[in-house]
Design a protein around this ligand. Structure first.
Ligand SMILES: Cc1cc2nc3c(=O)[nH]c(=O)nc-3n(C[C@H](O)[C@H](O)[C@H](O)COP(=O)(O)OP(=O)(O)OC[C@H]3O[C@@H](n4cnc5c(N)ncnc54)[C@H](O)[C@@H]3O)c2cc1C
Length: 472
């Protein structure tokens, strides 16, 4: 890593410092840490620029549910994260449906842990540190540098009032939801997805709550619909006496009073009598399809900054870990071939994301779109009628098949909601079509525009079937 200072006589606070590395990563979250560790493991110079101070870094608003960590990329091994796993005994979801006076117990497929998220954040940073990554804390990125051809060449930041410029062959944007870097970059000539609006995000808030008596449901993730559609409350047990309680709503809905609504629900539950709040945090998260393309010359976006979140559960840690790794691997390949400024040399990153989880998340988003167009009571009645295993498959897999016998049983249980069932069935068919289409994501940049056109036409059918407002 090379650094130098451009003298600015007499005003130390205005001294411009330049840091030159191979790869600049913005954000010390999950995506940034995996990306940076992967770059460092390959022997390249990398710096992570993080706006928080060293103590606060890794303290991220989250429900603390971590899925599938045993398969996470090796750049930061699971053994290094395990000290943050506070509850590995969770094996099912508990869906409370007050409107129907029903509780559904639904198995959660695969490995699941509830974690101490701040500790997990510190473990990630320690893991990247061990690989040789340098962290610059207290440093807020404010602008992006591009050369005459539009290639991103670095970022401009402020560190405690002092300007610092970071230069690199590649800038990886891991700055989370609604990243400022994308506002500051001219992406007009790139494939990079700029069809991003606040209404495709969820606003969410959580508290860490301590109770004296152990809760009975410490082996379950508890979900409950909020009073409006397209929102849910959760209670995730870090331990049997420490609970992550939170809620969120899609930002195309009328805003919820997150703090008050959570308080009201907590007050209505006897297990939280006398509970103490240990920590409070809120943030936005993308509940939308992944970016169509997250590459531009010299620039890649990962994790929340590229919509890599399961839009039905809000789970984004896994997507961030994989995307960070895939982007870094592609960046290294492009740097080695001297083509970091060529979008085509970065394309395989898009493909790997779509292939691994992006296609599935895009199909799941169809169900989000569906819920925005329906009455919450109708949907809850339908949910109560759905078989648990099938619901779990739908939540995590993006698709499920329901046999005729089950369909009939559901129909009998939810008589009065048959119209919604019919629409849901049509929506499922459209989601399957979309999934098929994403599975043929173009293997190079040349097929991209026609792929997008076909996708948009499938989306038009989805809006017609659901009657929902277009989301993109
Ligand atoms: C309330 C809530 C609950 C959630 N629950 C879960 C859950 O239970 N399970 C799950 O898997 N996912 C959950 N998610 C989603 C998950 O937290 C994210 O998907 C994940 O953290 C994304 O990681 P990331 O590295 O992309 O971004 P982040 O973790 O957001 O990290 C971004 C980093 O960039 C830094 N940064 C931002 N701007 C700048 C700047 N200008 N300059 C320098 N640094 C900057 C930030 O300080 C931060 O450290 C939840 C999200 C929210 C909001």
């Amino acid at each position: 890593m090379t650094t130098h200072q451009d003298g600015n006589a007499g005003r130390a606070s205005a001294t411009a410092r330049t840091v030159s590395v191979d790869v600049v990563v913005v954000g010390a979250g999950t995506s940034g840490c995996y990306a940076a560790a992967t770059v460092a493991d390959a022997g390249y110079d990398v710096v992570v620029v993080e706006r928080k101070d060293e103590t606060e870094a890794g303290h991220i608003a989250c429900g603390d549910a971590l899925k599938g960590a045993s398969d996470f990329p090796e750049a930061i091994p699971k053994s290094q994260l395990e000290p943050a796993f506070t509850n590995t005994g969770v094996d099912h979801g508990r869906f409370e449906i007050p409107q129907e006076d029903t509780v559904l117990e639904i198995p959660v497929p695969g490995e699941l842990a509830v974690i101490d998220r701040w500790e997990y954040g510190r473990c990630l940073i320690d893991g990247a540190n061990d690989s040789g990554v340098e962290f610059h804390y207290d440093t807020v990125v404010q602008d992006v540098l591009q050369d005459d051809s539009g290639c991103v060449t670095g970022v401009k930041a402020m560190r405690k009032g002092d300007p610092v410029t970071y230069e690199g062959d590649m800038v990886i944007d891991g700055a989370g939801a609604l990243s400022i870097l994308q506002d500051k970059t001219d992406l007009e000539d790139a494939t990079f997805d700029t069809n991003v609006q606040y209404s495709q995000f969820c606003s969410a808030y959580r508290e860490i709550i301590e109770v004296d008596e152990p809760v009975e449901w410490d082996d379950a993730l508890v979900f409950k619909p909020t009073e409006r559609s397209a929102g849910y409350l959760w209670y995730f047990p870090r331990t049997d006496t420490e609970i992550n309680a939170g809620l969120g709503f899609q930002m195309n809905e009328e805003p919820m009073e997150l703090v008050d609504d959570l308080k009201r629900d907590l007050q209505g539950r006897s297990e939280f009598e006398g509970a103490e709040v240990q920590d409070k945090l809120g943030a936005a998260l993308p509940t939308r399809r992944p970016y169509d393309s997250a590459v531009a010359p010299g620039f890649m976006a990962v994790g929340d900054a590229a919509g890599h979140v399961n839009p039905t559960t809000g789970g984004g840690i896994a997507g961030a870990a994989y995307a960070g790794t895939y982007a870094a691997e592609q960046a290294i390949e492009a740097i080695e071939s001297g083509r970091a400024d060529d979008e085509a040399a970065l394309w395989e990153y898009n493909e790997r994301v779509m292939d691994h989880f992006g296609a599935r998340y895009a199909a799941l988003d169809v169900y989000n779109i569906f819920t925005t167009a329906y009455d919450v009571d109708d949907l809850m009645a339908l949910l109560a009628a759905l078989p648990g295993e099938k619901l779990a498959e739908a939540l995590y897999g993006g698709s499920t098949s329901i046999g005729l016998g089950l369909k009939l049983k559901m129909a009998v249980k939810s008589i009065g909601h048959l119209g919604t069932i019919r629409d849901l069935y049509q929506t499922k068919k459209a989601a399957d079509r979309l999934l098929d289409h994403y599975e043929s994501y173009p293997s190079d940049r040349s097929g991209f525009e026609s792929w997008q056109r076909e996708r948009d036409s499938i989306m038009d059918d989805i809006y017609e079937v659901t009657g929902a407002e277009p989301k993109y």
